[in-house]
Design a protein around this ligand. Structure first.
Ligand code: SF4
Length: 143
């Protein structure tokens, strides 16, 4: 039943190889939600048309720039819109997203200098979901 879905979750937390660096970052109790049909996994960057692997991206002055200096904002915005569309289709009101990502980061993101410097902030998808009254927490908060 469609109504069983309670959560949107970042696909990389469920063992999917969708990160820019193809690393596996599975969190077992989040994957469990998918196994139990309580969650739908999404990767906004892949939904936005980006490939795996892909150059690392960070948010700088409101735009998403990759490490080669290319503006990928449109891909991130389109991916976020697709995640919102899925959440609304299934009437999902909660999301558990991967902290620090320029799409999924909930409280912290990198500062746009590619120097591994974290600043308070949120990713493009996390913001769009929150702006549409979806409760977003990070994998770190969930655990
Ligand atoms: S953090 Fe979000 S955008 Fe990045 S790989 Fe995971 S699901 Fe995809």
């Amino acid at each position: 039943m469609d109504d069983n879905y309670k959560y949107i979750v970042s696909a990389c937390l469920c063992g999917e190889k969708c990160r820019y660096d193809e690393k596996i970052k599975q969190v077992d109790n989040i994957k469990q939600l998918v196994n139990e049909n309580k969650a739908i996994m999404v990767c906004p960057e892949v939904l936005g048309g980006l490939s795996v692997p892909r150059p690392q991206c960070e948010i700088r002055n409101g735009k998403v720039i990759n490490i080669n200096g290319e503006d990928k904002t449109n891909n991130f915005v389109e991916g976020a819109k697709e995640v919102l569309r899925i959440a609304q289709k299934y009437n999902i009101k909660k999301a558990i997203l991967k902290e620090k990502s320029p799409s999924c980061g909930c409280k912290y993101i990198y500062d746009g200098t590619f120097s591994k410097t974290l600043i308070p902030g949120q990713g493009i998808t996390a913001k769009l979901l929150r702006d549409n009254d979806i409760d977003v927490i990070s994998d770190e908060e969930f655990n």
